[in-house]
Ligand binder design. Structure first.
Ligand code: GDP
Ligand code: IMO
Ligand code: MG
Length: 427
């Protein structure tokens, strides 16, 4: 067993990128296993500030392999732009490889994402409009195109001749949108395939061989448990298959579940959410506004720039994600954001239809009726940004972390007190 997984324990943007940038030092391979460029992982280290959408956050270690696994949907243009941007800033990408089994996110997928969202009207999900949902729909419908096809002109033509007429019928017939021209799309895709060919490999085989040699592999999750198709707040979720859950990591990289020895769940010290869907502890008042703006990295989406909805820590939602992911240890991020608050609230139960509930409800309808039952913790009103040991944290901050540990029912092994690589307490 030598793989370990880093997952998001809430609604995404917990600081997974920042954690992977730190924990990559313990691994020989860092691999993304799900999602697409709907993910936005922010990293601040000795090389500068980066927002990665497809490239794993281990890319800043030149001696390590970075893989984009079979479970990811890859927009070739976005990947090429990301590679170019990294190279232009002195970050080498010669050790980056993409699975030949990864699905290609085609130009019609973002178009479908936009028209489908419009058609939902008031029930819109608030997607990132990157085309990720429609690309996974095609994967599951067996209408997808894989990286292996993109770099093979004959295979690509055969796939597009089969698939494009279906997509065009949808675009024109259902949404009154412009169809795509086969030859034009083929040409454009082949050019992208040509540029990406040098990166395409059987990444699953690379990982299995590395594990066979006893090397450590870090599997980087995207999104969060509460955005998962099965476990999350359906239908306000992302469409990733395999899912963002730790259980999806093995599938999305091509190993067995018995190879995973640890699951690190990343949790914010409070909650955020981008897009629509229930969020019981959301603060629509001045406190929510302060939470969004406090600290060195205000809460705006790394992919879409949308303001994140902010609220107090939700113990029910977070504990549920510990359970469904089998989290073995938590990393608590953005504790420093709470430095300014005289008092901090934690949601320890919900009231739903007059009844107290201490476990996360399974239906979105119930969650929409949930009122948070809050417990107050005293603030510490002192900067934690420079603290590097747990004992040096203000006593009230120590108590807050310990209370979260109790509520999560798993140890908090790492506390992050700033966005930079070294702003961290390892217990
Ligand atoms: P990800 O999608 O899970 O990788 O998270 P994002 O990068 O989308 O959002 C996390 C944001 O919090 C980024 O702006 C990070 O730079 C920032 N961040 C991460 N850890 C900390 C922390 O401990 N304190 C503060 N203030 N910001 C942090
Ligand atoms: P990282 O990896 C936060 C949300 C969108 C929307 C829903 C569906 O940075 O944590 P999609 O475009 O996936 O069909 O949108 O999921 N969403 C995220 N929210 N962080 C993410 O990724 C997200 N990826 C998708 O806002 O509500
Ligand atoms: Mg993000």
């Amino acid at each position: 067993m030598s793989a370990f997984v880093v997952i998001g324990g809430q609604w995404g943007d917990e600081g997974k990128g920042r954690m992977v940038d730190l924990l990559a030092q313990d691994a020989a391979i860092i691999a993304r296993y799900s999602a697409g460029d709907n993910a936005g992982h922010t990293i601040i280290n000795h090389m500068g500030k980066f927002a990665l959408h497809l490239v794993p956050a281990g890319i800043f270690y030149p001696e390590k392999l970075c893989l984009i696994g079979n479970g990811v949907v890859v927009n070739p243009a976005v990947l090429l732009a990301e590679i170019e941007q990294l190279e232009s800033r002195g970050v080498g990408t010669k050790n980056l490889f993409v699975s030949d089994r990864a699905q290609v996110l085609m130009p019609y997928h973002p178009v479908l994402d936009v028209v489908e969202e419009e058609a939902r009207g008031d029930a819109a999900i608030g997607t990132t409009k990157r085309g990720v949902g429609p690309a996974y729909v095609d994967k599951v419908a067996r209408q997808g195109i894989r990286m292996g096809d993109l770099i093979d002109p004959d295979a690509l033509r055969a796939r597009l001749e089969l698939v494009l007429p279906v997509k065009n019928r949808m675009l024109q017939g259902m949404y009154n949108a412009e169809p795509f021209d086969l030859e034009e799309l083929l040409q454009q895709s082949l050019e992208l395939g040509c540029k990406l060919k040098q990166y395409v490999r059987d990444t699953g085989a690379i990982v299995r061989e590395a594990i066979g040699r006893g090397e450590k592999v870090l599997l980087e999750g995207a999104q969060g448990a509460l955005l998962d198709l099965d476990a999350g707040t359906y239908p306000y979720v992302t469409s990733s298959a395999p899912p963002p859950q730790a259980g999806g990591a093995a599938i999305g990289i091509g190993i067995g579940p018995t190879q995973i020895e640890r699951v690190i769940g990343v949790y914010k010290a409070y909650m955020t959410r981008v897009g629509e869907g229930p969020m019981p502890t959301e603060l629509l008042d001045e406190t929510g506004h302060i939470l969004r703006g406090a600290g060195p990295a205000p809460e705006f989406g790394a992919t879409t720039g949308r303001p994140r909805r902010c609220g107090w820590f939700d113990a029910l939602a977070s504990r549920y994600s510990v359970q469904v992911n089998g989290v073995t240890g938590a990393a608590l991020t953005r504790l420093d954001v709470l430095d300014i608050f005289p008092a901090i609230q934690l949601c320890v139960a919900y009231e739903i239809d007059g009844e107290r509930m201490e476990s996360f409800p399974s239906t979105t309808a119930a969650l929409e009726r949930a009122t948070p039952i809050l417990e107050e913790a005293p603030g510490w009103r002192e900067s934690t940004a420079g603290v590097r040991t747990f004992d040096d944290l203000p006593p009230n901050a120590q108590s807050y972390v310990k209370r979260i540990e109790e509520l999560l029912t798993c140890p908090v092994d790492i506390v992050s007190v700033g966005p930079e690589r070294d702003q961290v307490i390892i217990r």
